[in-house]
Design a protein around this ligand. Structure first.
Ligand SMILES: *[C@@H]1O[C@H](CO)[C@@H](O)[C@H](O)[C@H]1NC(C)=O
Ligand SMILES: *[C@@H]1O[C@H](CO)[C@@H](O)[C@H](O)[C@H]1NC(C)=O
Ligand SMILES: *[C@@H]1O[C@H](CO)[C@@H](O)[C@H](O)[C@H]1NC(C)=O
Ligand SMILES: *[C@@H]1O[C@H](CO)[C@@H](O)[C@H](O)[C@H]1NC(C)=O
Ligand SMILES: *[C@@H]1O[C@H](CO)[C@@H](O)[C@H](O)[C@H]1NC(C)=O
Length: 464
């Protein structure tokens, strides 16, 4: 996983694990943060727990992968506030993973981060070759010491935000390898875990802050689901306190940044402090809920955001979910990459931070890994859904229902409150900052849902 995944492993039953035993979990809460790699967020946590496959500062990238005499940039622990945003398009990621356009290496050398960053900005190699000191991310420091951390949880596809977010609830991006504004606005047509849950009579709910990004699935725009969307501020704490959280809960953060209401999704340049405060609030709310004993909280990141990670992305034996090709082909100058799509669409991206589980140990397939499709796969097991996996990728992905039964009792020895993190960004949100691609997509989504025509001037005018 080139991505942090914190699985707050909340609970466990008295029986030795067997797949026929009913799961002790009745509520699964999923929180997907934005655009950070495992080493960037959690790599230095290895200092706290040597079992974590993190960093010690010996990791490095040459600034020019074909020039052994070029500057070597070592991985540091000085991350603070990152602006501008590192590259994380399909093409940028190819260069980060393979160091060049040649994608044949197995395992990939993970040596092109500094080079790719330098091509964007001369100062950026330092930013991408750095991670947070544990004290800067005090909330994660506390969670890492208390709960399960997955240090082999990968992005589902080596691409940007939306394709990866789509995998979280549908185990496919329907071929997408980039954020395609028009398709996002129309809504992606694939079946989701929400439908499977609903068919099985399991409740679900989305607690959103500005615009729910889950509406990028066309499934969720059905009238029958209108009651599943709840404003986070008004409802999340109240429902948790009253023991009324549904079976499958998605908590969405605030993706837009303003002085009054700073973004809390951890996407650069948004302040990680705000993201930490948000995770703290969600955890404390669940910890204080009568449902805590039966709740599993999963915190992960959608993709690596362009930040260095030392663990090689798996690039063999990973099934394409559904054989779909992306709707937009890259320009002809990128033909090599395009023809590599079949391979790469089936290539999970980086590790992201999840809170210490090292991989699914060759089940259900010898090449299986944890990635975003592990979420629907595990939810299917927890709720004993009789419907088949959504895609081949879900069928392949590792599930972690087994570790929920390791302890005999729910965790009631863990903290009720988490530490208050340090503020990282100096000053307020920059309200004049250019609207990011994700923010534009959300604005377009809002326009479509309001019944406005698809804005024809996308993205220029919408951005403003
Ligand atoms: C899971 O569902 C199957 C039917 O699909 C049923 O036979 C089995 O008993 C269920 N298991 C549990 C633990 O409820
Ligand atoms: C990287 O090094 C190679 C070989 O020395 C050189 O040809 C190339 O121009 C360098 N690239 C950059 C971006 O400096
Ligand atoms: C990869 O190929 C593209 C054209 O297909 C080219 O523009 C780019 O510079 C190449 N990148 C590297 C790292 O060689
Ligand atoms: C995260 O990165 C994607 C590119 O993959 C970008 O479109 C998106 O805007 C970023 N997220 C946010 C919240 O800006
Ligand atoms: C949660 O579990 C603990 C330990 O088994 C128990 O003492 C406590 O009463 C339970 N809380 C609720 C709300 O059921």
């Amino acid at each position: 996983m080139a991505i942090p995944l914190f699985l707050l492993l909340l609970l466990l039953s008295g029986h030795p694990y067997s797949s026929s035993a009913a799961s002790p979990i009745k509520t699964v809460v999923v929180l997907v943060m934005e655009n950070r790699s495992f080493d960037h967020m959690l790599g230095w946590m290895k200092k706290l727990n040597p079992e974590i496959n993190g960093v010690d500062g010996s990791e490095s990238n040459l600034i020019n992968t074909t020039d052994p005499k070029s500057t070597r940039v070592f991985f540091g622990s000085q991350s603070h506030f990152v602006d501008p945003d590192p590259g994380h398009s399909f093409q940028a990621i190819r260069e980060q993973i393979f160091g060049s356009n040649d994608t044949s290496a197995n395992p990939p050398p993970m040596d092109g981060f500094a080079q790719q960053a330098k091509s964007m900005d001369p100062n950026m190699p330092q930013s991408v070759m750095n991670g947070f000191d544990p004290d800067k991310v005090a909330v994660y420091k506390a969670l890492v010491s208390e709960f399960a951390v997955f240090d082999r949880w990968f992005a589902s596809v080596p691409a940007s935000t939306q394709p990866n977010r789509l995998y979280v609830h549908s185990a496919t991006s329907h071929g997408a390898t980039s954020n395609v504004a028009a398709l996002l606005a129309k809504g992606y047509p694939q079946r989701t875990i929400f439908e499977d849950l609903d068919d099985a009579g399991i409740s679900f709910g989305i607690y959103y802050q500005n615009i729910p990004a889950t509406l990028f699935y066309r499934d969720l725009r059905k009238l029958k689901y209108i009651g599943k969307f709840h404003p986070y501020g008004l409802s999340f704490k109240k429902d948790a306190k009253n023991g009324k959280l549904p079976g499958y809960v998605v908590v969405e953060q605030r993706y837009t940044d303003s002085k009054e209401e700073p973004a809390n999704d951890d996407h650069p340049s948004h302040d990680v402090y705000q993201g930490q405060m948000f995770v703290k609030e969600v955890y404390e709310t669940l910890r204080g809920s009568p449902q805590w004993n039966e709740t599993l909280l999963v915190i992960t990141y959608d993709e690596h955001g362009g930040f260095y990670d030392h663990v090689a992305t798996p690039n063999r034996g990973v099934p394409s979910p559904d054989g779909m090709w992306g709707p937009t082909r890259f320009s002809s100058s990128l033909t090599d990459w395009e023809s590599g799509f079949q391979l790469l669409s089936s290539l999970p991206g980086f590790r992201r931070p999840l809170v210490m589980v090292h991989g699914p140990n060759g089940t259900p397939f010898p090449t299986s890994e944890y990635e975003h499709s592990s979420i629907p796969a595990t939810v299917r097991k927890i709720f004993n859904l009789s419907s088949p996996p959504l895609t081949k990728r879900e069928a392949w992905a590792g599930t972690f229902d087994g570790i929920l039964q390791i302890l005999k009792q729910p965790r009631t020895d863990c903290p009720e409150k988490l530490p208050t993190p340090v503020k990282i960004r100096q000053g307020d949100a920059n309200e004049d900052a250019k609207v990011s691609e994700f923010q534009q997509e959300l604005i377009q989504l809002a326009a479509v849902l309001k019944g406005d025509d698809l804005l024809t001037s996308y993205p220029g005018k919408i951005g403003r």
